[in-house]
Design a protein around this ligand. Structure first.
Ligand code: NIG
Ligand code: FE
Length: 417
């Protein structure tokens, strides 16, 4: 049997999420499921999708590794389109302070927060970051994630930003997970540039971005556009320059206060605007018009005890919503897809169908890959998950519990519980 050749049959529910671009508004509830479904993967690429009866008329089981998915639900691999998974150290003490009443921004202003992780990441060797990253990817894969986006932003100097990006580039090559890299040098203003935000932005534009582009170390450029971090004007300057240089754009937008990040995302043509807890009505409208993907991160709001983003209104306004974990050492130390799903379905008024779309085809669109992953369609990568139960209703019902039984990456079985 050739590697990457697989036939999955008898799926009680085959959820294809069929499509090759982000699904907006109403479309988000269309999952395109097939009862008693089957699919064929050849050389790692999906070749055919249909009912088991039709597939077995054409394809010979002897030519493939066969998985019988009787009584199981089959879905595309999840895409976690927003994480900060490469970092040194931990911030468990800050978490304890927050539980006692300190706010995230209080801690940041005292020199903790992101800067705390920056110090630890500078001190960590390339190998340390690689090894811890590799283990985190293993864990994420067990939860059904087959593509993950990862950001730099814990260096804030040339060497450490490049080190983070190179670690992710190697992980993409050496781990089964696909890793999409984002440069987030504008995550915080480093102490040596205190009060000189514009000079720091100039440093990034002149000294860092060109090297990242030359060495192909990141696809996206992101910025923490936030009160007391980077203003809308500073973010605009960086993102416009990055776009000119050929980077795709993302923004941490309207996370802590309403600042106009959503509007800026629409103005600069960002692929996604992320967080949006405090996005204005005008911002939501602008994102719908300009087809900016709105990436919501339920676990961050959960961990910070902040109100959730207005998912229902955002979808009803015609936006395409993606869901992601935002795994990072500060505001949200979790890569739990079950928790994202549970919070979205239970507290954010998203239907299960919308949440699945948000974690598959819309997540794929948020990393610029809706044409190659995020759905079970011929021509796409053979990235598939098989649940322990017969339907996707079991996902939020199993609150916080992982029910992924098998993960198939490029047509190969990589997780088998
Ligand atoms: O997405 N808000 C900015 N960045 C991260 C948190 C980073 C950190 O606290 O280390 C976020 O929430
Ligand atoms: Fe983030």
């Amino acid at each position: 049997m050739k590697k990457g050749n697989m036939l999955i049959k008898n799926a009680s529910q085959l959820v294809t999420c069929s499509g090759s671009k982000a699904k907006c508004g109403e479309e988000m509830k269309n999952l395109h499921t097939i009862e008693n479904g089957a699919l064929v993967i050849e050389d790692g690429i999906i070749k055919a999708v249909n009912t088991t009866q039709e597939i077995l008329k054409i394809y010979n089981e002897e030519d493939y590794e066969v998985i019988d998915a009787s009584n199981k639900c089959v879905l595309p691999g999840f895409v976690d389109s927003h994480t900060h998974f490469i970092f040194g150290g931990y911030r468990a003490d800050e978490f304890a302070w927050r539980l006692r009443g300190d706010s995230y921004m209080d801690i940041m202003e005292r020199g903790g927060g992101i800067q705390n992780t920056v110090n630890a990441t500078k001190n960590a060797s390339y190998e340390e970051l690689y090894n811890v990253g590799f283990e985190r990817l293993n864990d994420m894969m067990r939860l059904g994630v087959t593509t993950v986006e990862g950001k730099s932003g814990y260096g804030l100097d040339f060497d450490t930003e490049i080190k983070q990006l190179k670690v992710m580039k190697s992980l993409n090559e050496e781990h089964a997970m696909d890793v999409v890299t984002t440069f987030l040098g504008a995550h915080s203003v480093p102490p040596e540039y205190k009060g000189k935000n514009n000079e720091y932005i100039d440093f990034i534009i002149k000294k860092v971005l060109p090297v990242i582009k030359d060495e192909n170390l990141a696809e996206f450029c992101d910025v923490f556009c936030e009160d007391k971090v980077f203003s809308v004007a500073e973010s605009r300057k960086l993102l416009s320059k990055a776009k000119e240089m050929g980077f795709k754009l993302k923004l941490h937008a309207d996370e802590i206060v309403t600042l106009g990040g959503a509007e800026l995302a629409a103005e600069v043509g960002a692929i996604s605007a992320d967080h949006l807890l405090h996005a204005s009505d005008e911002g939501i409208k602008a994102m719908a018009e300009k087809k900016v993907i709105t990436t919501l991160l339920p676990c961050t709001a959960f961990c910070l005890k902040e109100p959730y983003a207005r998912a229902r209104e955002i979808i009803d306004s015609g936006c395409a919503v993606a869901l992601a974990t935002d795994f990072n050492p500060g505001s949200c130390f979790t890569y739990s897809i079950p928790l994202v799903f549970g919070v979205a379905a239970i507290y954010m008024k998203m239907s299960m169908e919308e949440a699945i779309t948000a974690l598959t085809i819309n997540g794929a669109a948020a990393v610029g890959r809706a044409d190659s992953i995020g759905s079970i369609d011929p021509g796409k990568k053979g990235d598939i998950i098989i649940l322990k139960y017969p339907s996707y209703n079991f996902i939020p019902y199993n609150t916080g519990i992982n029910i992924v039984e098998k993960v198939i990456k490029n047509g190969n079985l990589v997780v088998n519980v």
